[in-house]
Structures are given as structure tokens and as C-alpha cells.
Write a protein that binds this ligand. Structure first.
Ligand SMILES: Cc1cc2nc3c(=O)[nH]c(=O)nc-3n(C[C@H](O)[C@H](O)[C@H](O)COP(=O)(O)OP(=O)(O)OC[C@H]3O[C@@H](n4cnc5c(N)ncnc54)[C@H](O)[C@@H]3O)c2cc1C
Length: 241
């Protein structure tokens, strides 16, 4: 069966950290898309040869206006010499693109345990930004959002995460690996997670972003007897083309 394909046009391209842009697209055709927070889409980007460049990005927000227009938001990190990075960072509003999807299983389950850890590095927190409304609506579960970055200036969506963390059942842990800053944890997300004493009897974890971080945390949780189904993973692996 052919993959669902969507035409989108760029509405805005905003610098949100020295190396991350927030891009908002309007869904042109078809006008609606069925998705679950936590999923990603693949962009089919134009290239010099016949083969389009395919790159995946997590949806960080999706909103439908009262006029029926759907807006889809992404956060995209710059990779030196990266084909898609160059294209997205230079994209002007009005530019049209094609995407397929949504794909992925990094979605909140109907049945959640006592505690859920949402662990992301860099743009790997995008799926958790998208889950905020769902998190608000699940007061019976204690959520811990762990956001890892090198420096404070690399962080984004802080207002959104701090706002949801005002709720008793939500905790936000911004973790900085190369800087000490008041209100932030000094160190890696791995270290903070270990401090929270993950327990397979009561907890599950979602891991997203840098593949090394995802593997390291997954191994740590397996050593604590977490089963594969108790750890959902999305690795931002590089494309081969
Ligand atoms: C499921 C999924 C979801 C993703 N979601 C996001 C997202 O929400 N936001 C986001 O910014 N990215 C996301 N990515 C990564 C994204 O798809 C691209 O891989 C990334 O944007 C780089 O593409 P590029 O064309 O610019 O670089 P490429 O042309 O693919 O790479 C250029 C060079 O840089 C190297 N390279 C590529 N990526 C990195 C990196 N991260 N660090 C160091 N070296 C690198 C390559 O090996 C290559 O040598 C996701 C990936 C997957 C698989």
C-alpha cells in the first residue's frame, strides 16, 4: 500500500537556539492528518539527482485553527554539512514540501504505570512537547521529563515544560552536561534518571534523541530488570543517503 503523502507549506522559520530552528508548516493537501503525539514524519526533500532526500522529524506540536487549517511544528537541529539542515535553515515561508507519515510508536499507552520517565536529548524532547496535553490529562501517573543539553542556551520549550511541571504529578529536570546553572541539574540525563531509582515494578521509560544516549539508558534500565516493553525508544539515527 502506498504511504500517505502530504503537501505542506512553510509558514515560519524561527531561530530558537544557536543551532535549532522551529519550523511551522501548514497542511495544504490533504487538509487533515491522523496522528498520535510522539510520532514523526518523513520529509521528501528535493535533491540534485532524481532521488529525493528522505529525512525524519518528530512532530513537536500540531494545532487545528478554527478556520480548519492544520499547523505542524518541528524543531530541527543544524548538522554541519547536512543536506536537510542546509535546506531547512535556508527555507523561506511559502516554500512547499512533501512529507509522508506519521510513523512511530513512541506514544503514551492507554494503561500507564505509577511513574513514567520521558527522557530526551536536544531535539529528542520534541515528542514530549507534543504530549503535553495528554500528560496534563493523566494525573494518576507521575511524569518525569528529563531534557539533556550541553549548555542552557541549547534548551528550548522551557516555558512549556516549566508550565506543565506546575502540576503536582509532573516534574521537569533540565540537565546540563557542560554548565552549572541554578534550577538545572549538572550532569547527564543518565545520572539524573539513576537518582530517581527506576523500578520495573512501578515505572516505564520513553527515550528519544541521540542514539548513544538511548542505548546507554536502555542498557542501564535492562540491568535494573526493565523488560523491552517497559522502555519505548526512538533513535535519531542518521540517514545513509
Ligand atoms: C525517527 C527520527 C526522528 C527524527 N527527528 C528529528 C527531529 O525532530 N529534529 C532533528 O533535528 N532531527 C531529527 N532526526 C534526525 C534527522 O532525520 C536528520 O538525520 C538530521 O536532521 C540530519 O540530516 P541532514 O540531512 O542535515 O544531515 P546528513 O546529510 O544526513 O548528514 C551530514 C553529515 O553529518 C553526519 N550527521 C548527521 N546527523 C548528525 C548528528 N545529529 N550529529 C552529528 N553528525 C551527524 C552524517 O553522518 C554525515 O556525515 C530524526 C531522525 C529519526 C530517524
Amino acid at each position: 500500500m502506498p504511504l500517505p503523502s502530504f503537501q505542506v507549506s512553510l509558514e515560519s522559520n524561527e531561530i530558537i537556539t544557536p543551532k535549532v530552528r522551529k519550523l511551522v508548516f501548514k497542511l495544504d493537501d490533504p487538509k487533515t492528518i491522523s496522528y498520535k503525539p510522539g510520532q514523526f514524519v518523513s520529509f521528501m526533500l528535493p535533491s540534485d539527482d532524481d532521488r529525493p532526500i528522505k529525512r525524519s522529524y518528530s512532530i513537536s506540536n500540531m494545532e487545528k485553527n478554527t478556520d480548519g487549517v492544520t499547523h505542524i511544528e518541528f524543531v530541527i537541529a543544524y548538522v554541519d554539512g547536512g543536506k536537510a539542515s542546509e535546506l531547512f535553515f535556508n527555507a523561506e515561508p511559502g516554500m512547499t514540501m512533501e512529507m509522508t507519515g506519521p510513523f512511530g510508536l513512541l506514544c503514551l499507552l492507554e494503561e500507564l504505570p505509577q511513574r513514567v520517565f520521558l527522557v530526551g536529548t536536544g531535539t529528542g524532547v520534541a515528542p514530549y512537547r507534543c504530549m503535553i496535553e495528554q500528560i496534563k490529562a493523566r494525573p494518576d501517573t507521575e511524569f518525569h521529563i528529563l531534557f539533556g543539553a550541553q549548555y542552557y542556551e541549547d534548551m528550548f520549550y522551557l516555558d512549556d515544560f516549566n508550565e506543565v511541571a506546575k502540576l503536582d504529578h509532573v516534574h521537569f529536570h533540565p540537565c546540563l552536561s557542560r554548565e552549572d546553572k541554578e534550577g538545572c541539574v549538572s550532569g547527564y540525563v543518565q545520572t539524573k534518571l539513576a537518582e530517581l531509582n527506576p523500578n520495573p515494578e512501578t515505572d516505564m521509560a520513553y527515550l528519544c534523541g541521540n542514539p548513544n544516549m538511548v542505548d546507554e539508558v536502555f542498557n542501564m534500565l535492562q540491568e535494573k530488570n526493565f523488560g523491552v516493553k517497559q522502555v519505548k525508544r526512538e533513535k535519531y539515527v542518521f540517514s545513509r543517503f
